[in-house]
Ligand binder design. Structure first.
Ligand code: C5P
Length: 319
């Protein structure tokens, strides 16, 4: 029997730009992704039967095939039938700390942890890029979640170029517990409203997608310039989520009014994050916004940028 406990960090998008349609029905994106130390813990162990068991301490998280972590285990079983026959199935326990349907890649990072965990349990010795290729079959954010840190993500979001680690930046995150946004809804609505301005020819798409590499935000990141970074945050999906959910805009403005370096919705939302240069400032903003009593179900967290993706925190091997 082998068991592993893994830490699976959330991500925020410092930049999310929608460029056009892809032949596979997805969108061509240019993003800058950042891991943060708000993380789930995933315990995974081999079992003697050939089943997949999934448990979760969060009542709204499905514990069946509709959970991406479950599908990650199924994918490994299909891809590596010999190892599956040798080692058997797995029992997975998700300890959720990352809010769900929140734009923080909570489901993707759990799936990434399952891929990494099964690779270890089955002694497969897969490289990071092999794991990322498998991850791309599950979801656009899964490859980033495996490596974590700071990266430019283009294509569907699965083509990654690492950026230097960003030192000492903190985030305050805010989410209304009762408000969730489905990623597919956000992208579809964006396409309906703004699809007519999409870039359509392949060459221009390539040029625009490569522009993010030399853009001002990446320059600010190379200079570790938190003030500039705060000013340059961008997310196209705000154009559809904020008008539909004005309380998200209200939260963003509340963060900004308390002196954050910048504030933006993450991914397809509805989580809003505020950048700060110190944990003291992050805690201060958290307290101030809490005191505004914007809504009874507003939850707030403080987290730090982190430069890792999926990490093993403990392992047990026994016969
Ligand atoms: O890849 P993932 O399953 O996480 O994507 C969820 C949904 O987000 C997709 O079904 C699609 O509607 C939308 N999406 C998109 N273009 C991308 C990534 C996601 O349209 N590059």
């Amino acid at each position: 029997m082998r068991s592993y406990s893994l830490i699976a960090p959330a991500k925020i998008n410092l930049h999310l730009e929608i460029l056009g349609n892809r032949p596979d029905g997805y969108h061509e994106l240019a993003m800058i992704m950042q891991s943060i130390d708000l993380a789930d813990q995933i315990d995974i162990r081999s079992i003697s039967t050939d089943n997949i068991y999934l448990h979760c301490d969060h009542p709204q998280v499905p514990q069946d095939k509709s959970n991406l972590a479950y599908r990650a285990a199924e994918l490994m079983m299909r891809q590596f039938p010999k190892a599956y026959a040798q080692y058997g199935g797995v029992e997975i326990t998700l300890h959720k700390r990352i809010p769900i349907a929140a734009g923080l890649a909570g489901g993707s990072t759990d799936a990434a942890a399952v891929l990494v965990g099964i690779d270890l349990i089955w002694n497969l010795g897969l490289t990071q890029s092999e794991l990322q290729e498998l991850g791309a079959q599950l979801g656009s954010d899964v490859p980033f979640c495996i490596a974590g840190g700071t990266a430019i993500a283009t294509g569907r979001g699965e083509q990654l170029s690492p950026l230097p680690d960003i030192h000492q930046l903190y985030v305050v995150l805010g989410k209304y517990r009762s408000l969730t946004v489905a990623t597919a809804w956000a992208y579809q609505t964006y396409r309906q409203q703004f699809g007519s301005s999409y870039i359509t020819d392949a060459k221009s798409l390539e040029t625009r997608s490569s522009r993010v590499h030399s853009g001002p935000l990446v320059k600010a990141m190379f200079h570790q310039d938190g003030v500039k970074m705060g000013q340059l945050l961008h997310n196209d999906l705000e154009r559809v989520v904020l008008p539909t959910y004005p309380q998200v805009l209200q939260l963003r403005e509340a963060f900004q009014s308390q002196g954050a370096l910048g504030s933006m919705m993450s991914g397809s939302g509805p989580t809003v994050f505020a950048l700060t240069q110190s944990s003291e400032q992050a805690n201060h903003i958290q307290q101030q916004v809490k005191a505004m009593n914007l809504a009874p179900d507003l939850e707030l967290w403080v987290a730090q940028f982190c430069n890792t993706g999926i990490q093993v925190i403990s392992s047990v091997k026994s016969n």
